[in-house]
Structures are given as C-alpha cells and as structure tokens.
Write a protein that binds this ligand. Structure first.
Ligand code: ZN
Length: 456
C-alpha cells in the first residue's frame, strides 16, 4: 500500500553506480521518490526497500545501514509491459521506403514487412532482438510480448531472441509467426519452433514464457488453424496473432474460405486464457466481449494503426493492453498516441491511458504466474520504472494522467529495474556496452536493408 506521507530516511551513504549494478540479493532502498500506480491511480511519497526480486517494504521505518539510491524528484512506478511487438523490426528505423507509397495493409505487408522478415538470417535475428530489447529497457519496459518471424531462419530463432533478452536483462513472452504464405515446409518448421520453445518453458530451462504464435488469419489455412489449436491445447497456453487489423481477414474468410471470420476464430480456439490478439480493429463488440470473458487480451497499437492507415480499436476494459507493433519499445509514446487518437474520435477512451498501461502489467503477471499483482507493495515483484519528473505545475493523484500525456517522455526514464536488478541506470544499459551495441547494430541494419533488396 502506498503511504501518503514521507518516511524516515536511512543515514547510510549513497551507493555508487557500479555497486548498484552488482547488488542482487542484498536489500537496497529507493529513497525519496513519488510512488505511483496508474490504475486505480494511487500516489504518495515513500521509500521502497527491494530485496532479491521483490519489494519487501514500502514506507515505515527503514532499517539502518542499507545502501540507498536517491530517487528524489523522481516518479517510481511499476515497469511498463509492451503487450505486442516484433523485435525483428528493431533495425528498420531509417530504412529506405518502398518505391511507391503503400495504400493498404496488404501493401505494407508485401512491400515492407515480408521482404524484411525473409531477409533475416540467424545473426540478424539476434542483432535485431538485442537492439529491440535495449530500446524497450531504456523506455522503462521490464517485459515484451514478442511475435517473431524469420522464414529463412526459423529453427532456433526463439533461442536467439531469448539470448538477447537475457543479455539486456528483461523478460519476454515469445512466439513464432506460423503462416501458410511460405509453403508447407516453412509452416511445419514454424509449428515445430513454437512447440520446441514451449517444451523449454515447460521444462523450466528458460526464465521466459511462450504462446503459440501465428501471423494473421488471412495467411492461415484451415488445417493450420487446427494444428495451432492442438499445440495450445497440449501446452495449456494462449495464442498470439493479428486478427482483423483491417477488413482483409473477414474478406479472406468469405471469398477464399467460404465461411465467416467468427467461425474461423472459433475453429482456431482463440478464446482462451492469456491469448494475445493484436489489433482487432474490425472485430465486432460481441466477439471482443466473448474473448475477454474467456480471459484473452487484446493488444491495441495506435501508432501502427496510423502508419498502416487502418482503423481504431474501440474496445475497453481490463483486457485491453497497449503494444508498439515493432516500432520501438516505447509504451509512453504509445500511450500518448492512444490518448490523442481517442480524443480525436471523441469516444472517451483517451482518459483510460492509465488503465491500458496497467492492464499490460497485469497481463504479464498472468503470463508469468507471478505470485503478487504488479503494484508498489510488499511482496510484489520489483519491476520498476523510475522517471525524472519534477513538473512546473502542480501534480497530484487527480491530474497525474494528464502529466503522463503532456509531460512525461521516454527521455524521463532514468532507471529500469527488472526482478530487483537495475538493467538501466542513469539512462545507460547496465548489462550491455552501448557503444558495442551500436557498433554491431548499425552494420547489421545496413546488411539487412541490402538483403531486403533481394526479396522485393
Ligand atoms: Zn504486430
């Protein structure tokens, strides 16, 4: 629970940067911050004690002698969760555009994203994931829900992403994009890659989690729907795929499969606990309600929707989370876009930014079966984003969401703590040498863009 007044400060000396990075099991105090939970909105001043992977004390008399990290004039809030992304897109920032301006979602897929995923080799899968994980951590994210595609480098691809996440120090929920667009052999390889990583999760040999991944309804044959459902049933997990991003899924169902999209979704068995349905812009409210009742989540990605010129997801509730759809790992930027887009639509959802961010944190807690909800409270997992923010105007519990929209930015993220460990400290990655990362990422991006020329 968040106390409403400042608590006593420890007299221990401030701990140095290197020392903080090494601290894992020893308790540390985050001293002097403004604690904030976004939904329901709760705000207060208190010191926070972390030990191991958990928050062990909030406010009250802090034991003497513990190392302290001064977070004065900072907001301390549960770390962000990227509810849907594609780390394999991380090296596309600045990439030359296609010769013609894409007009439809299909144009975007055929002219940009499918040439991109075909151009990925084993090394580029890892380099992209490393860059994407680094960007997410620096934007205050502790977890990404990733949907991966590299049809010329399928086998072992989820291990390469896992390795990148481990290098940076954030958690991931991984899935491979099964699709029929590249023929039967690659479809089977994709199904196998999903099964292989799910077995690894079941065996407890990875700290990450997995879902059964697929690209989108428009690129899945009926027997592939059955195969995906069988894997989800076997492992007792949800599915992760794009659904009804625009009207193409529904048209494909009617024109090519001689049925309705709703019947195909039922055949796939998507309405199950912890499924992650990306986009859903064209799903009817009835279908969305049904998915929510089953325990599935919808990940809405407003910036991606704008770029692709597709619709706006109008659903609400604690099952609706924010994703970045591969643009970056910046949930604050996504939240601002969500707010402005829904303000423009005059549907009232622009005020629900806090609820969207918090729903993503709850979703991650479900997927990882964390023992306590994502809050700033004793017993909760110590996944925290700490933002420098000392505004010129009054800030309190009633207006803090407006500060988030207009005042906060990713540049405000000073520290990111994941499972009690600093992965970003003073805006720098703790576990990865940033110069070395840039030294690897830039030539990798150039190589990727060049390889894409062969797949246009
Ligand atoms: Zn996506």
């Amino acid at each position: 629970m968040l106390p409403s007044e400042s608590t006593l400060r420890s007299a221990a000396p401030t701990v140095g940067a290197d020392e903080v990075a090494r601290i894992t099991e020893q308790a540390i105090v985050l001293a002097g911050g403004t604690l904030l939970e976004l939904h329901p909105t709760r705000m207060g001043q208190a010191d926070v004690v972390i030990r191991g992977s958990q928050i062990v004390q909030v406010g009250g008399k802090i034991p003497d002698g513990l190392p302290r990290v001064d977070v004065h004039d900072c907001i301390v809030t549960p770390a962000f969760v990227v509810g849907h992304t594609h780390l394999y897109m991380a090296l596309t920032c600045g990439m030359p555009p296609p010769a013609s301006t894409p007009q439809t979602l299909t144009d975007h897929l055929q002219w940009i994203w499918w040439p991109l995923d075909k151009a990925l080799d084993d090394d580029l899968v890892h380099a992209s994931a490393l860059a994407g994980a680094a960007m997410a951590a620096k934007a205050g994210a502790a977890c990404v829900v990733d949907l991966h595609s590299s049809p010329r480098a399928i086998d072992g691809s989820l291990d390469r992403i896992e390795a990148a996440l481990d290098e940076v120090g954030i958690r991931g929920v991984l899935a491979y994009e099964t699709s029929d667009r590249e023929g039967r052999a690659r479809r089977d390889a994709a199904l196998s890659e999903n099964r292989r990583f799910l077995k690894k999760v079941r065996a407890g040999t990875t700290q990450h989690r997995a879902l059964v991944g697929a690209h989108a309804m428009l690129s899945l044959n009926d027997d592939t729907l059955d195969a995906l459902r069988a894997i989800a049933d076997e492992f007792g997990v949800g599915l992760h795929l794009h659904v009804a991003e625009d009207a193409t899924d529904a048209l494909d169902a009617e024109l090519n499969k001689r049925t309705r999209l709703e019947q195909r979704l039922e055949r796939l068995g998507i309405a199950r606990t912890d499924s992650v349905i990306a986009q859903a812009n064209e799903l009817t409210p009835d279908v969305v309600q049904q998915l929510a009742r089953a325990g599935a989540f919808v990940a809405t990605n407003p910036r991606s929707n704008m770029r692709h010129g597709v619709g706006l997801f109008g659903g609400s509730g604690d099952h609706v989370v924010l994703g970045t759809d591969g643009l970056d790992g910046d949930i604050l930027a996504e939240a601002r876009a969500y707010g402005f887009r829904h303000d423009e639509a005059k549907d009232g959802l622009g005020r629900e930014i806090g609820a969207r961010i918090a729903a993503g944190q709850v979703m991650a807690g479900h997927l990882f079966a964390d023992p306590a909800p994502p809050r700033i409270a004793a017993g909760a997992r110590a996944d925290l984003a700490i933002l420098d923010y000392n505004p010129l105007t009054p800030m309190n519990q009633s207006n803090v969401i407006e500060h988030l929209v207009r005042g906060w930015s990713t540049a405000s993220v000073r520290h990111t703590i994941v499972g009690g460990r600093f992965v970003v400290r003073d805006r720098a990655l703790v576990n990865v040498d940033e110069r070395a990362l840039i030294g690897r990422a830039r030539p990798a991006a150039s190589r990727l863009w060049e390889r894409m020329q062969g797949y246009y």
